[in-house]
Design a protein. Structure first.
Length: 321
C-alpha cells in the first residue's frame, strides 16, 4: 500500500463493543487480523499469525490479560510483544518473536484500524449531525467496497431497485443536478429533489424529498434528506471496510431528529432497503469498480463519475480496476 493510496486511511473494523467475547478473526484489505480485548477492556489488533509456527491467533484464548496462541501457548501483549513461552519458563523472548500490531481507535460507534502505521486521515467529524444515532450491520457483501459506495451515491436506481419505497417506476426521471467539490476534492451534491412513495420508516404517503450527498472519504459517504413539507431530518452514512478486492463489510449509520420511533422500526426499514440493493450489487461484473472506462455513463451518472475521478486522484487501487 502506498502513502497516497489505501495506506493514508483509517478503516472501519467492527462495532465498538466487539472483541469482548474472545479473539475475533477479521480481514481488512486482504490482511488477516485478530481483534481482542486486554484486561482493561482496551481493543487490540494483531496480525492473525503466530510467529512461532504460523497458527491462527484468533483460535486462541486470553490468558493473564494477553492473547495466547492455541498451538504452543505463546502469549502476546497488546503491542504484539511475546511475553511468555510456556515451554521455556524464565526465557525472555527476543523482539523477533513479536507479532505485527496495528493502531485501533473508536469513532462513530465503530472501531477503526490503521494497517500502515502512517494513516493521516482520521474518521470524519460528524458533530453537525443529529444526536440520535443508530448503527446497522455488519453486512457482508460479495462485491468490492467502491461498488457498494457508488451504489449508495447512485441517483437513478430508486425507481427500479426500490420501487414503491424510495422510487416510482412510472417516474424514473433524474432531475438535473450539479456536482461540486469540497476544498479537499470530495464530491458533493448540495440539492437533489426526488419523489418517494415511502421516504422513511414512518412515512404514510408519498412526498418530495430534498437530498444532499457528500463523499466523506474513499469508502464512505453521507446522505442527508428532509421532506419538503417538514418532518424529521435523517442523515445516513455508509462505512465500507474493504475485506478483499471483491468483497466488503458494510455498516450504515442513521442520524435522525426523530426521537419517538422505536429503534427496531427504524432498523427494520433500513435493513429492508439494503436487502433490495444487495443482490443487484452482488450481480455486477466486474466486482471491482472500473476507474478507466469499460462502463457506459449517462447524464444521471454525474456523481458516480465524480466519485470515480476522486478515487483515481487519491490513488485507490484496492477494489478498483
Amino acid at each position: 500500500m502506498s502513502s497516497t493510496g489505501e495506506a493514508a486511511w483509517w478503516w472501519p473494523l467492527a462495532l465498538e463493543h466487539e472483541g469482548r467475547s474472545g479473539p475475533q478473526a477479521l480481514q481488512v484489505l486482504g490482511r488477516q487480523v485478530v481483534l481482542w480485548r486486554t484486561a482493561a477492556d482496551e481493543p487490540a489488533l494483531l496480525a492473525d499469525r503466530c510467529p512461532h509456527r504460523g497458527a491462527r491467533l484468533s483460535m486462541g484464548r486470553l490468558a493473564q490479560g494477553r492473547l495466547q496462541c492455541p498451538y504452543h501457548g505463546w502469549q502476546f501483549d497488546a503491542g504484539g510483544a511475546c511475553a511468555e513461552v510456556p515451554a521455556t519458563p524464565g526465557f525472555t523472548p527476543p523482539a523477533s518473536s513479536a507479532v505485527e500490531c496495528f493502531p485501533v481507535q473508536q469513532a462513530h460507534g465503530l472501531l477503526w484500524c490503521d494497517l500502515s502505521g502512517q494513516a493521516q486521515n482520521l474518521p470524519p467529524d460528524l458533530g453537525h449531525l443529529p444526536a440520535r444515532r443508530l448503527v446497522y450491520g455488519p453486512f457482508d457483501v460479495a462485491t468490492s467496497a467502491p461498488r457498494a459506495v457508488e451504489n449508495f451515491l447512485d441517483t437513478s436506481h430508486f425507481a427500479f431497485v426500490h420501487e414503491g419505497w424510495l422510487g416510482d417506476a412510472a417516474h424514473p426521471e433524474v432531475p438535473p443536478y450539479e456536482v461540486t467539490h469540497t476544498a479537499d476534492g470530495r464530491p458533493v451534491i448540495e440539492h437533489y429533489r426526488a419523489w418517494q412513495p415511502r421516504a422513511s420508516a414512518t412515512a404514510t404517503d408519498g412526498a418530495w424529498v430534498d437530498y444532499r450527498y457528500e463523499v466523506l472519504n474513499p469508502f464512505a459517504a453521507l446522505l442527508t434528506k428532509r421532506g419538503e413539507t417538514g418532518g424529521p431530518q435523517d442523515s445516513y452514512v455508509i462505512w465500507a471496510c474493504p475485506v478483499t478486492s471483491e468483497s466488503c463489510r458494510l455498516w450504515f449509520a442513521q442520524y435522525t431528529t426523530d426521537t419517538a420511533t422505536p429503534d427496531e422500526t427504524l432498523r427494520d426499514f433500513q435493513v429492508a432497503i439494503f436487502a433490495q440493493d444487495q443482490p443487484v450489487l452482488e450481480s455486477q461484473q466486474p466486482k471491482a469498480l472500473p476507474l478507466s472506462g469499460g462502463e457506459a455513463m449517462g447524464a444521471a451518472d454525474r456523481l458516480s463519475a465524480a466519485y470515480r475521478r476522486y478515487l483515481r486522484a487519491k490513488g485507490i487501487a484496492f477494489g478498483t480496476c
